[in-house]
Design a protein around this ligand. Structure first.
Ligand code: COA
Length: 261
């Protein structure tokens, strides 16, 4: 294993032909601050032309969380302009992952909430442990999702189920995620990384060029929803000037239930 120490919030390593990106903020449930997301983008981009790498795995440190969302403490004081920048940059990171010519697997080892769910959905395949929890709980905070969640969730599980999850903010366990197609497979926590590495090992015998073309074609199927992505960025940003947003984020940080009027 070979670890690059130039990142502050992630750890990267190589196992055989798999490049592993581990979100390394275990004490904060691997919440995604802006710098961290940019580090993921840099890491994913850095191996695109590496002939020894056949796939990328993104996971979270520890056994509780893949990523429990965007860093609420970081964005709680943002203006709508800052929120738009945050959302736009987050979209760019998710698009970089989705458009990676190397397949990207999310090894979901616990909570994948908000931005964590969006990050997992930007990956091409999701392998999850039995304690995985998916959710877009942003309505509890007074905002819509801002990293492509309204669009990719509908693409993956269909509009009806996505509407239910996005409107209620209810979470989905691993079993239900598998049933709905949000999870590709469930494997025991200790088997999670070996299972993902095995998937990529087998890609050594498949054409990287053809895989890159498959990813491009799949992504082009959804090109018409580009307007949906723009709508999401605008709606996310404008939520930041509402009383609901102030109340939702304050309630989370003060560890109490929000009181929406
Ligand atoms: N942003 C910032 N900090 C977060 C976070 C987030 N999205 N998710 C968790 N944390 C922090 C908590 O504030 C806490 O920090 P503290 O120890 O300094 O108080 C720490 O991570 C541990 O989280 P805690 O809530 O104590 O763990 P838990 O096991 O009781 O609950 C969750 C785990 C994931 C259910 C809960 O943390 C949660 O609901 N997180 C927010 C999910 C969310 O709304 N995501 C969408 C954001 S857009």
């Amino acid at each position: 294993m070979n670890t690059d120490t130039s990142y502050s919030h992630i750890k990267t390593s190589i196992e055989n032909n798999a490049f592993i990106v581990m979100i390394d903020r275990e004490s904060k449930m691997n919440a995604l601050n802006i710098e961290l997301l940019k580090e993921i983008e840099t890491a994913v981009t850095s191996v695109q032309d590496d002939p020894g790498i056949r796939g990328i795995i993104i996971t979270g440190a520890g056994a509780k969380a893949f990523a429990a969302g965007a860093d609420i403490a970081e964005f709680a004081g943002f203006t709508p302009e800052e929120a738009e920048k945050m959302s736009r940059e987050g979209h760019n990171v998710m698009n970089t992952i989705e458009n990676s010519r190397l397949p990207v697997i999310a090894a979901v080892n616990g909570y994948a909430l908000g931005g964590g769910c969006e990050l997992a959905m930007a990956c091409h395949i999701r392998v999850v442990s039995p304690n995985a929890v998916f959710g877009q709980p942003e309505v509890n905070l007074g905002v819509p999702p801002g990293y492509g969640g309204t669009q990719r969730l509908a693409q993956i599980i269909g509009k009806g189920l996505a509407a239910e999850m996005l409107i209620t903010g209810n979470n989905m366990n691993a079993e239900r995620a598998k049933e709905t197609g949000l999870a590709n497979q469930i494997v025991e926590q200790e088997e999670l990384m070996p299972a993902c590495i095995r998937i990529i090992e087998k890609l050594a015998f498949k054409s990287p060029a053809a895989i890159g073309k498959v990813i491009k074609c799949l992504n082009d199927l959804y090109e018409p929803v580009a307007n949906g992505m723009e709508t999401e960025i605008r709606e996310f940003a404008s939520a930041f000037q509402t009383a609901d947003f102030n109340e939702g984020t304050a309630a989370f940080l003060e560890k109490r239930k929000p009181d929406y009027q």
